[in-house]
Write a protein of this length. Sequence first.
Length: 433
Amino acid sequence: MNAVDIITKTKRKERLTKKEIDWLINGYVEGTIPDYQMSAWLMAVCFNPLSDTETLMLTEIMRDSGDKLDLSSIEGVTVDKHSTGGIGDKTSLIIAPICAVCGLKVPKMSGRGLGFTGGTIDKLESIDGFKVNVEFKDYVDIINKNGAAIIAQSGHLVPADKKLYALRDVTGTVDSIPLICSSIMSKKLATGADCLLLDVKCGTGAFMKNQDDARQLAELMVQVGKKADKLTRAMITDMNQPLGNAVGNALEVIEACNILSGKQKDRLYDLCIQLAANMLELGGKGSYEKCRRAAIEAVDSGKALQKLADIVEAQGGKKEMILDTSLFPTPVYSREVKTNCGGYICGINSEEIGMAALMTGAGRKSKEDTIDSSAGIILQKHVGDKIHSGDTIMTLYSSTVKDLTAAAERAAKAVELSAEIPNVRSVVLEVVQ
Ligand code: URA
């Protein structure tokens, strides 16, 4: 076999065999296929997408490129959730404890943020003492005892994706539906849960800008999951404005606590209840309606907030910060963004808000950057709100960037106003199963 023949076949829309994909991917991981040939193949895939069968083969070959977790020592049904990435997406911190209270086991391996997107692991590290690197045996013990654990991906899981994703990032080949599907699903199949709920984000600030593409990705991932014997469902959810009020690490943990304590019942709360209900239904906890009521009760009873505190304590974190969020450090600097005209907010570009949050110190431009846990943005207004001249739309915070002028200007430009009452999209656009 040779790489030029494989690249040429994809370029001519001819189908690859499992042997060819296997040879290409494993050769790349081992270093016998150079970056320039793999880049050429990835670009060919962007123009001539892989068939569903080729995508399944690629996913399984990537999954098998490293270790696979065996979660069979976890008692009960395990359900994982994966989001394709959004701005202000702190749903894992909310639904893991809700589902644990309702009797599911939630093994969660999450990532760090890069560029305008945040990462669950960075958010959790804003809690004093919280350990994200946990031995596999302890991970299983924490899940058996508390129902959930959220840790950083470790060890030798899917090395093919690590290498391929880094190459896609610098060759303009990230936004291909079969490549995104195989990247996400190979990791999800290797981390072993029985059931998987996918949250496919759609809108500005998401990989999938329109609903047709989001649906195509969701359907492909669900198909691949089912063929690999995992009970899989996807929800397509709105990312045409940031999710909730907070963007930034500690700010998002505080908001997660506000949702779990029942203080905040808004779009973010609605999404979390629907995500949790879908996970519970997938995990065999009864009808959707029964699962929805159980998720609401987990919040209203105070048990879900206490559960998050227990999970934090089990992972070495200071649980008091969850039960009393005033213990999080207060950011040193702040700056309000006000409007100088009235009307209705008809759009808030999530990607631009993510970029403005990055400028406050809340994110990383490159993998080596350190982040300011206290930094970020609180949105006081959302799409559909009526505003008057002089109203504060959002407030920027930082402990490392004293002059927040440039970040505030970028954030202000993300807000679109209209004279008419706009249509506000539902937070859940579709369920694919
Ligand atoms: N997230 C991933 O893990 N992989 C992709 O390709 C895109 C988003």
